[in-house]
Design a protein around this ligand. Structure first.
Ligand SMILES: NC(=O)c1ccc[n+]([C@@H]2O[C@H](COP(=O)([O-])OP(=O)(O)OC[C@H]3O[C@@H](n4cnc5c(N)ncnc54)[C@H](O)[C@@H]3O)[C@@H](O)[C@H]2O)c1
Ligand SMILES: [Zn+2]
Length: 407
């Protein structure tokens, strides 16, 4: 038996933030990040709509990018004091993911972070509150997914919490919120969405329900991401839907080792100046992982189908040629979006540069542990080809040096 779960309601299109006016409840806690939602007036509008719906509103502000366990615990304490019956999470993946974890702790105060990380082990929620997610970036699709990514900075590791219990009750996909994204954020979140769709399509948990969502998302992202990056606002609006479709696919079909590697490298080098931004990590690793996975016959065929839909190779070409076309296409997208091809060239603000902030000796000293951690990531199980520790280490090295994957 397989399960396919999405939010009960999804409001989309320009101005759909107004849907908040129709919510029924007594108390809403709005969880937001560092200030972009306030700066652009969306937070004030959300507060006004909820008040119009007759609710008392309290804010939990300042959730940092790549939220920490500590922030989750602080937010849960605020919820335990205020006792909301609606949690409204607004912003990028970071505040929405943090709010999902706070929600678990609010409903089950005795639940520890370790308990939350047991895959599909969350007890029944919605005894105290319902959850609405309003996304302002076009990538994570956390507004429709069963996932939340929380960083344990003491360990330097990102942990995915995965359970359909945390799939939001309501998603609001209003492209107005995404129009204020700076270019870099468009690039990173857009390639995150592309990775979600490609990984979901070749995942071992793919099915008839997830395939069309993944394929349509890929077709839209290939047309709209680069124009959106270059300032085309109609393309930016369509990207907001495209990333959401990709999210519907991967929330149910799961992901693969691009994400395992991104989760385990993201914070691993934080003490050397910066962390590797999630979307940029995916953009760099995806072409390498496609080459690795294509050694599996089923995965290779499915990459071929993706290429047929994208129309980037002759239909009569061999699957090997189609895989090569897909890899070349994705690398060209990285060039168009100013994202480097490998960790070695990953510089400040994720711009490509000759020598990035992760020195070779530091990378080599850590690569074994990162490989072990990546294998243990919740996303590894559904990857079409299961790597050994040695293979994972080799793959990570290819992602550091931008060398060819020939194993
Ligand atoms: N839950 C999931 O299914 C899932 C999937 C993929 C990634 N993630 C996680 O999500 C996080 C990344 O989320 P993200 O990429 O959406 O970015 P983010 O939420 O970390 O935000 C990044 C920055 O962009 C700003 N910002 C957000 N929206 C903006 C807007 N419209 N205009 C201007 N500035 C804006 C924020 O204030 C912040 O400074 C990572 O922790 C990643 O691991 C979660
Ligand atoms: Zn992702």
């Amino acid at each position: 038996m397989a399960r396919f779960t999405l939010p009960r309601d999804l409001y989309h299109g320009k101005g759909s933030l107004e849907a908040l006016k129709t919510f029924q409840g007594k108390k809403a806690m709005i969880c937001v990040g560092g200030g972009s939602m306030k700066r652009f007036g969306f937070l004030d509008r959300a507060v006004a709509y909820l008040k119009e719906a007759g609710m008392e509103v309290e804010l939990f502000e300042g959730i940092e990018p790549d939220p920490s366990v500590e922030t989750v615990m602080r937010g849960a304490d605020a919820m335990l004091k205020f006792e909301p019956d609606w949690i409204i999470a607004m912003g990028g993946g970071s505040p929405i993911d943090a709010a999902k974890a706070m929600w678990i702790k609010y409903e089950y105060p005795e639940c520890t972070f370790e308990d939350m990380c047991k895959v599909f082990g969350i007890p029944e929620l919605r005894r105290k509150a319902h959850f609405c997610a309003i996304s302002s970036t076009s990538g994570t699709a956390t507004e429709v997914t069963a996932f939340s990514i929380i960083t344990d900075y003491a360990k330097g590791i990102k942990y995915p919490i995965a359970d359909f219990e945390i799939t939001p009750d309501v998603a609001i996909v209003d492209p107005d919120l995404a129009e204020t994204m700076p270019k870099k954020l468009v690039a990173h979140t857009g390639m995150d969405a592309m990775t979600h769709a490609v990984e979901a399509y070749v995942s071992t948990a793919n099915c008839d329900y997830t395939d069309p969502l993944a394929i349509h998302a890929i077709e839209m992202i290939m047309k709209d991401l680069v124009p959106s990056y270059n300032g085309d606002m109609a393309a930016r609006d369509r990207m907001h839907n495209a990333q959401c479709l990709a999210g519907m696919a991967f929330s149910n079909a799961l992901l693969g080792i691009v994400h395992s590697m991104a989760h385990k490298t993201g914070a691993a080098f934080a003490e050397y100046g910066a962390h590797i931004i999630h979307g940029a990590a995916n953009a760099m690793y995806l072409p390498k992982v496609i080459a690795f996975n294509a050694k599996d016959e089923t995965a290779k065929k499915r990459y071929g189908v993706i290429v047929d839909y994208m129309g980037i190779a002759d239909k009569s070409a061999s699957d090997d040629e189609k895989v090569a076309a897909l890899i070349a296409y994705l690398r060209k997208m990285n060039d168009d979006l100013n994202i480097p091809h490998c960790i070695k060239n990953y510089g400040a603000d994720s711009y490509p540069c000759e020598q990035g902030f992760v020195p070779e000796d530091v990378f080599l000293a850590k690569v074994h542990d990162i490989a072990v951690n990546a294998l243990g990531d919740a996303c590894t199980g559904s990857n079409p080809r299961q790597p050994s520790v040695e293979e994972m280490e080799k793959l990570l090295k290819c992602c550091y040096y931008d060398t060819e994957v020939d194993f």
